[in-house]
Structure formats: C-alpha cells, structure tokens
Design a protein around this ligand. Sequence first.
Ligand code: 5RP
Length: 233
Amino acid sequence: MTEVLNEKKSVAIHAANLVENGMIVGLGTGSTANYFIEELARKKREQGLKITTVASSVVSTIKAQKAGLELMAIEHVTNLDLYVDGADEVTPDLTLLKGRGFDLVKEKLLAKACQKMIVMVDQSKLVDRIGQNFPIPVEVMPFAWQLVQKSLQDVGGHGELRSNSSGDGLAITSHGSLVLDMTFDDQYDVANLNALLNAIPGVVEHGIFEQLASLVLIGSHDQVEQRWVKPDQ
Ligand code: 5RP
C-alpha cells in the first residue's frame, strides 16, 4: 500500500514537471490528482510557476483553493493546454475507465477540451480490456434510471444503482445524477460499447474515455514509464 502511494506521488511529480509557465491546466480528481495539485502548488510557491487551473470536481476545487492555486470556472473555459488526471483502468491502446469518483461530466469535458491529456497511474491500473477490474459507471438522469437500465440489459448489460458509502442510500454524483455500475458480456469491443452508451437517451455520461488520453505515465517502483498514444490512433 505504501508503495502504491509512493508510486502515485512520484508519477504526479513527473506530470507536474511537464507543466510550463502560462499554461491553463485542468485538475483531475482522486488521490493521484491530489498529489499533482500539491506538487503544482509547491512549484508555484517555491519556483514561481505561473499557471491558471480548472478543476474537474468540487473536491479538486477545494484542494486547489486551499493550496493557493489560481482557479478559473469551467464556464469560462474554451480550451486548455493540459488536463492531468488519474484513471481506474488503462488498456494497451490508452483507452481509460474513469468514474470510481463522482465527477465524470466535468472530467470528460476537460479531457475533450484540452490539447493534451496526461494520465497518471500505477501498474495495478493496466488491463487488457475495459471492465476487467471495475464495472463501467453510467451516470443517469435520476428519473431515467430504470429506462436506461432496461436499455442496457437489452444489449447484454448487468448492473444496479450504486449505493452511497454507508450503504443506506444511493450515490449521487456532483452533477446530481445516479450511477449504474454495469458489466457487459464480452461481445462488445470498447469502441462499440462507447458508441452504444453515448446513444442511449437518459445517459448523462459514462466512464469510457476513448481516444482522449495523449500520454499515460505509469509509476512502477521508483521509475515512471511514459506511453504516448500512437499517431494513427
Ligand atoms: C475519478 C477518477 C479517478 O481519477 C480514478 O478513480 C483514480 O483515482 P486514484 O488516483 O485515487 O487511484 O476517475 O472519477
């Protein structure tokens, strides 16, 4: 566990070293993203790094505010230089699964808007296929959840609404949605599944990030491996 924490921190420090003066930088959400925020704040304090940040969640907003980073509201953003975030799964073609947290909507908006998305993971996040270790989170409009669940079941999906952490209610995302955690029979490749989820009415967002990552940084012991997306992808 300590090793994983150190890998998260070292990969976050590596990512922060790729940030340059004058950049607009999107801040992801999660424990690795928190290390990245802390390191950016340290660079600002100690090295005078001049950047503007855009947060992907309430949690990363608070973290960045407390750390003294300059924040811009997502409403004011039309493009950004970098978006730096963690992920739950990464496949060999750098497709991501995200959304163990509750902030898929802003995360995918920032991932789409940025010039370059940098993803920070440790080796435990590397998988052969999306859905290998985690269900696929599907954020749904609250009143649509049963209709969406039925649509997903009709195409071979299985899953239920996510519970809150104490198990006595439902998880609500920061966008005010419910989450269906879904598994799918193996007949789908990820591109088809991505397209299928994008097309279901009532789905607000889902956790497959296809063709959005530019660079994945993989922390392993005291080294960081870089995997760039191939030019033809
Ligand atoms: C939040 C996410 C996180 O980036 C993902 O869950 C990884 O988290 P951590 O860095 O804590 O392992 O997708 O929606």
